[in-house]
Ligand binder design. Sequence first.
Ligand code: ZN
Ligand code: ZN
Length: 413
Amino acid sequence: MVTALARTVFNPHHYLRVQPLNVAQQLLCVANHGNGSGFWQPIDRARPPSAFHIHRLMSTCRSLEERLEKYRSVSFYAIHPLRPDSIHDLKTTIRSGLASLDTLGRVYIAAENGGINAQLSVPMDKVSGVTSFFNDLMYFKGVRFEYNFGTEDTLQPAFKKLKVMVKKQLVADGMIHNYDLSNQPTHLDAAEWHEQLSTRGTDAFLIDMRNHYEYEIGRFVHARKMDVDTFQEGMKELDNVMAARSQDEEIYMYCTGGIRCSVAGAYLRSKGFNNVKMRLAWITLIFNLLAVKSFTSLCKLKGGITSYAHHLRQNPHLSSLFKGKNFTFDDRRGEPVSSDILAHCHQCGAPCDTMRNCANTLCHLLYVQCEACKRKNSDTCSELCRNILEGSAEWRDGYDYHRQIRPNKVLSC
Ligand SMILES: [Zn+2]
Ligand SMILES: [Zn+2]
């Protein structure tokens, strides 16, 4: 790399942004570019720098790092009806507004029983610009957005593109009948959530509304796993889960940022009432009356795991009830909440909670892979995928963007 770049005029700021360097590489860089630009040349190995010089170079590295552009993850959602005839104008407005703020990520908007759901990666100096942009949008007049900020900033954007999409539903729930999303469960903030779960301990009935691979790398202790691949499956599973619960029980539910529990909570609260109106069979009526009573004691974690992680940062004396990583639907594939490692590499079984997608983009399997297996298998999930990348095999399977592996399954490699 040094040879290739030798005597090439470049700006190390740009270089560091696209490819983070290790300390030795930074020393090489700063030794020749203390002023921010110039010629790249290796340090003279015959005359290694003194301790004093290394100390000075490290300080320069730190100040360089501080000056590097960083990105913050920003997510939020709002359940708010939007006029169907204005939804495409809104899409254009959001797209151009975020592009002008150098922001990447994913924004879903839906009309009628809909709203907005956004996960963004925003340059640090544009974060307030992005929140002001959404706060000022006339389409959301009267809505107070509650922004969730990631706990770890990144040197590179956590998304590769900006996508703004109009959806039929804000969150695809697979339901045939509509229900009122404004019929929300009780929202507990992170402090109330921590206190109530700490007090109730294992007696609390706690549902993790996320998918199995999110649960695999991190979860609240004693949470009930839905063991589903998608939110649609989770919504179906909810009926089975709730049917077995007692009417007096309090129910707690959580997800990454809160939107899935807003939808699931509204569904549970609406379901009994709607079913009574539609189906008057006596047993159904009894069941649904019990269900309505039970579901009024439904609490969700406001702001999801992300807000809980911030609460822990602000209150370091608290012992986290969430263990492991909070899975994120961006290139980071998760941010740590506690130092516990709950998962294992799907290839060698070593403790590991790094989720990756197979480098064979036709495969795109989401799985846990440790650094050693990553190196050994060239970032792929199998010998087949490795061979495909090397050009000695062909992919014959179909393409599924959401391809994933169940926990405890070991991949052959
Ligand atoms: Zn491994
Ligand atoms: Zn693969």
